[in-house]
Ligand binder design. Sequence first.
Ligand code: MLT
Length: 278
Amino acid sequence: MTTDGMLALHTLRRGVPGSLPLVVLHAFPVDHRMWWDVTDLLPGERTVIAPDLPGFGTSPSGPDVAAAVGADPAVPSVDVMGDAVVASLRAVGVERAVVAGLSMGGYVALSILERHPELVAGLGLIDTKATADDDEARERRLEIARRVRAELRVEAVYGMRTSVLGATNRVARPDLVERVFAWIRDQGPSAVAWAQEAMAARPDRTALLPAYAGPALVVVGEEDELSTVDDARSMSYQLPDSELVIVPRAGHMTSIESPQPVASGLSRLLRRAKAVPV
Ligand code: MLT
């Protein structure tokens, strides 16, 4: 999709134009549909924008988006994802928003905070972390990217249909396992490989946290094995104006495992952001 010459990301948008928007950024390796349960719980007048990150859902590919935002198409990067989200928002007249991301979406939210701080009226970090990968995690990602590119299939990430859920829901909620699996199977190998390479290259953004004076929300599932409660506590502690929500009996995908506390936290974050004079 092209908007004023800019390659825009596919976005779901609803709510009343003019109100402070909530932008929700999805995890890997799924797309904006992982926010439906949360956005359904938000009051209808809230403006919610849920983009598909480059290559995912129906958005253009990472390299095409990189070229459109003036970056090197050969270098996968979460900054390309963030710049593309911001360009897509600006293309529809959004200059300020509450930006929230789950896991990979959180890495992108932090990139936006660093590169486009004027846009961020409030920050939501959900089942994510601000640190970079260690060498082992980086090598694991690059191996998955190599495998997915070689096989031209995304089977290398099928295991995430259970690992992103908490131990309780892996057993108690086979419907959630099936939902996540269907979303994973809908993604293309090049999107999965490009995003793995982008996440492997992401920098440590911990230093941004104490410097961000705006309202923040940190959410984590108490059974999250990928971004832990300790990661969340540490980020919340470093953010000067943060609310921490620990969601019981949920893992990494709090947005579908227990959407109500996520929606309530985001509603409170929006209220706090609106109360801050611009
Ligand atoms: C995600 O849920 O987005 C992924 O677990 C992020 C990651 O692999 O670091």
